[in-house]
Ligand binder design. Structure first.
Ligand code: HEC
Length: 408
């Protein structure tokens, strides 16, 4: 039964590893092409139909790259496509969503103090919201708002702010941030899968058939790829924010998330300008720093939220609370964990609750049962460096307590 939980933990680890690797491959190639595209030189003699070229040096050799816009005169013999980086990132990201948030819906997705829904309902909302966000985005881009890039970006930004507000009123703060990242990443991946690559295929088919491709396909692809450019950094912030409760678990978290999208624009604007040799807009860093400062300040405003009520325990957590070993586990946690895992930790150098894991009240201990089991029972990850010499016997009790309940 609990070998299963450990396998599950490894499965999650493997999926996370894959997700990070594919994400690096996608974002890496995307950054590379943005820089290449913006840096193309047009002030040199170019072959017919070529739109710019660049010389680069890397890894012991020189590269001579030319861009053809809309397309070269005839189909090249070899053509490398860049799409699996994106698809694999989305698929492994969805895998993570499934492993962590759908399988652990009661623990991670639902916060009954935000909205009292079951895990299943929450999963339904999650799936529907991801699909609907893409459909709405795509519709807006194809509508007449799509004709003006700036107006389009402002409208899309407002949509993201609305989604941020909506999510924090449905899910736990952690899940809300993750979902905001997930819809943004879905939009980016779907842009590749449903717009950029299909348009590219039309152009390739035209070339093979000897037709002149319509330049509109290149234009649409460019618009979507510009959105992807500005969305990359916020997605990364939202995904890793899961490890930083100051970002997702404070009262103004949805405003924090909204500001993060603006930081994505200000940072990218700097690099885009540099790549295009269009000056050195250092002021963007002042904007970024101001936005980041505002985020930090918002996270420190006092939270009027209440302590989680006992009623927020799932049935299983309630049984763990009622289990005969609970008193002993609770004592162990009080003796070995709360010095750090408290609202106000009293260990030197620990200034805020580590990872937002509170272990002070009985309810909090029951809610964190699975984490306590994995971090301090089956593994020796906690306390860090066996800080306070926790006895193997105490770990044994945690294991018995948790496994006894799971076996029921
Ligand atoms: C000396 C301070 C300290 C003590 C004592 C301590 N922890 Fe931690 N705990 C931390 C820190 C710091 C982190 C974040 C570490 C990291 O992410 O690498 C952490 C992270 C965790 C996490 C991970 C949460 C997550 O999902 O990322 C769990 C669970 C946890 N601790 C449980 C416990 C338990 C149970 C005990 C007692 C048996 C304990 N800790 C004792 C400091 C402490």
């Amino acid at each position: 039964m609990n070998e299963y939980l450990i396998l599950w933990d490894w499965g999650e680890f493997a999926m996370r590893w894959l997700h990070i690797v594919t994400g690096i491959a996608w974002i890496g190639s995307s950054f590379y092409f943005i820089a290449l595209d913006l840096g193309l030189r047009r002030d040199v003699p170019l072959p017919p139909r070529a739109n710019g070229e660049e010389w680069q040096v890397h890894g012991g050799g020189f590269y001579h790259i030319q861009k053809y816009m809309v397309a070269p005169e005839k189909m090249p013999e070899h053509l490398t496509w860049f799409k699996w980086e994106s698809y694999a990132t989305w698929l492994s990201g969805f895998g993570m969503l499934f492993f962590v948030y759908y399988m652990g819906a009661d623990l991670y997705l639902v916060d009954v103090n935000v909205m009292d829904i079951t895990g299943t309902v929450a999963i339904g909302i999650s799936l529907v919201s991801i699909v609907v966000a893409w459909l709405v985005y795509d519709l807006i881009c194809k509508s007449r708002f799509g004709d003006n890039n700036t107006r389009l970006m402002i409208l899309l930004y407002m949509m993201l702010v609305a989604m941020a507000w909506g999510y924090v009123h449905v899910f736990s703060g952690r899940a809300a941030f993750l979902h905001l990242g997930a819809i943004t990443a879905t939009i980016m991946s779907a842009n590749v899968f449903l717009v950029i690559i299909p348009n590219q295929k039309i152009v390739v088919a035209d070339l093979i058939a000897g037709r002149t491709p319509d330049p509109k396909y290149g234009k649409i692809a460019k618009q979507r790829s510009t959105h992807n450019n500005y969305l990359t950094l916020p997605v990364l912030f939202l995904m890793i924010s899961n490890h930083y409760p100051m970002a997702f678990a404070t009262q103004y978290n949805w405003i924090i998330a909204s500001l993060v999208f603006l930081m994505g624009v200000s940072i990218r604007h700097y690099f885009n300008s540099r790549h295009a040799r269009a000056g050195n807009p250092l002021w963007t860093w002042a904007v970024t720093a101001a936005l980041f400062g505002a985020i930090v300040a918002l996270s420190m405003l006092p939270d009027e939220g209440a302590e989680p009520a006992l009623s927020s325990l799932s049935p299983r957590q309630q049984r763990l609370l009622d289990a005969p070993q609970f008193a002993e586990v609770y004592d162990t946690v009080q003796g070995n964990c709360v010095m750090c895992h408290a609202a106000e930790p009293y260990v030197d150098g620990v200034y805020q609750t580590p990872r937002g894991v509170l272990l002070e009240t009985e309810a909090q201990v029951a809610m964190q049962a699975q984490n306590i089991y994995l971090w301090a029972g089956r593994s020796h990850a906690m306390p860090p460096g066996n800080y306070n010499f926790m006895e193997p016997e105490q770990r044994r009790v945690i294991i018995d307590w948790f496994e006894g309940e799971s076996a029921l």
